[in-house]
Design a protein around this ligand. Sequence first.
Ligand code: URA
Length: 236
Amino acid sequence: MRGERLDRLLARLGLGSRKEVGRLVRSGRVRVEGQVVLDPGFHVPERAGLEVEGRPLATRRHLHLLLHKPAGYVTSRKEGPSVYALLQGFPTRDLSPVGRLDKDAEGLLLFTTHGELLHRLTHPRHKVEKRYLVRLLHPATEADARAFQEGIFLDGERTLPARLRLGEDPIWVELTLLEGRFHQVKRMFRARGNRVLYLKRLGLGPLTLGDLPPGGVRPLTPEEEGALYLAVGLAP
Ligand code: URA
């Protein structure tokens, strides 16, 4: 086994883009098993100890990226413009999106290399909250809120209880779902005779967009990662 390229490994661990970590390596600030390595293409043996600027690096096995998806991008590798184009500099090969956002939708889109985490975040059994900001064609009503709380039938199956928050202007609402069925938000409002004109995902479980600008991408912080694992009952 040749091991993983040093620049790929460092980028996967969230130290920066391939270009940035390449610079870091060439500047002599990275050691493998105590030896300075200047070649970003160096193949790191499995379980080798890494140090960056004198500090040992925990070789986390997984990368989780938070993207602020702008409208106009497709959550697909095959169709364009693809959200993967926004992840430039990160090793995208093993990254999968946690659920999808429609082309015209924007907001929080998480990518992960962790298959079990992906499964748990998307499976309704774990009831991870997905929070959306929605602008509607017609004002939402308390009757909509009650109907969503009770669940409505999509494809013959009742949706899990969803929380609809009406603000001062009931054209703008916040909807919290515990599952992520195909076009779920749009179809729920359509079932109530309404239409979604704008859709933004604000949060996923403990994650929020914070001040990440549209098109921005960053690895999760260790705190966010811990909270996410906790939310779905995974050991960190
Ligand atoms: N529900 C939708 O209808 N579209 C999305 O992109 C996400 C949730």
